[in-house]
Design a binder for this molecule. Structure first.
Ligand SMILES: Cc1cc2nc3c(=O)[nH]c(=O)nc-3n(C[C@H](O)[C@H](O)[C@H](O)COP(=O)(O)OP(=O)(O)OC[C@H]3O[C@@H](n4cnc5c(N)ncnc54)[C@H](O)[C@@H]3O)c2cc1C
Length: 276
């Protein structure tokens, strides 16, 4: 099947792209790597009248250090991070997450912003960036605002993005050698979306202590109680019983097999924390 006809706009600058989106109203959609929107267009699951291409905008492709962290343009690709193309993003946690997404062909084009905006519950960046307590800079013609990644996704494929608004950047905390992290996903085949996934990030320097479960029916779920206990008690607090109880609390409607898969992913993720 082929996509229905649409008007394709590539602004030369971010303000031009934002104006094109605003002027297109409800019928306009941004596109970045087109790894998710492309198939949806071809299957006619999405039929925008106008598609505004963000993938080549310099404003969205840069990475810079700020006074309190790292600003990552939303059009930075998974492969950019996997390959360590941007010095501030050369942390093993980010490279591990990026290199586990899909296949190289998808990683070459798929972007951080596209992944977050698409909001697939099984996707990698919403989970990993919730664990880091990253924030998003959302932009529209004439204004911008900042939201936490953990509050951005409202449900499966649903976010806080408003009409005419895009993700312009991801704001990460500085990632140093004091960050202890874990990331584990269970997939039927390498390169496929996860059936169960978990991410954890602890940094004694900044007080970051987050454990998050992914591949649920909705957004990633933060396991705050377990994170607190592990931050205080270390490996001794990450008992199988504590893990199972936290998982059961985060997915009360799931069947026992799903819970066991998530508990296994979380147990492996936490084992990495104590190694990394
Ligand atoms: C075979 C296959 C396997 C995959 N496996 C995985 C996997 O294991 N893990 C994983 O995480 N992902 C996986 N993906 C998805 C992949 O990571 C995509 O790159 C990602 O979901 C979408 O990014 P994109 O840049 O291609 O976005 P696009 O396809 O261009 O856009 C996706 C959606 O986001 C919107 N959008 C795009 N950019 C922005 C922006 N800056 N601001 C606001 N809205 C925006 C679009 O309007 C659209 O609604 C897979 C994809 C494929 C095809």
């Amino acid at each position: 099947m082929k996509a229905a006809a649409f008007d394709y706009v590539r602004g030369a600058t971010l303000p031009e792209a934002l104006e094109a989106l605003r002027d297109g109203g409800a019928g306009a959609k941004p596109i970045s790597g087109s790894q998710s929107l492309g198939p949806m267009l071809n299957l006619r699951l999405a039929r925008p009248a106008r598609v505004v291409d963000l993938s080549r905008l310099d404003d969205l492709r840069g990475v810079s250090e700020t006074h309190d962290g790292i600003r990552v343009g939303a059009a930075v690709t998974h492969a950019d991070i996997e390959d360590g193309r941007h010095e501030p993003l050369r942390h093993a946690f980010l490279r591990h997450v990026a290199s586990g997404i899909a296949y190289r062909a998808v990683r070459n084009r798929g972007t951080l912003g596209g992944s977050l905006a698409h909001a697939d519950p099984a996707a990698d960046w919403p989970l990993a960036l919730t664990a880091l307590d990253a924030r998003l800079e959302l932009a529209r013609a004439g204004s911008s605002r900042v939201v936490r990644v953990g509050e951005f996704m409202l449900g499966a494929f649903t976010t806080r993005l408003e009409e005419g608004e895009i993700i312009a950047a991801v704001l990460l905390p500085r990632l140093g050698h004091t960050l202890r992290w874990g990331y584990y996903k269970l997939c039927r085949k390498t390169g496929e979306f996860a059936h169960a996934s978990a991410a954890a990030a602890f940094d004694a320097r900044t007080g970051l202590a987050r454990i998050v479960l992914g591949a649920l029916d909705g957004p990633p779920a933060a396991l705050d109680g377990l994170a607190r206990d592990v931050a205080q008690g270390g490996a001794a607090a990450a008992t199988p019983q504590a893990i199972q109880s936290a998982v059961a609390g985060a997915m009360p409607e799931a069947d026992s097999i799903d819970r066991r898969m998530h508990a296994a992913a979380l147990e492996r993720c936490l084992a990495q924390v104590f190694e990394n």
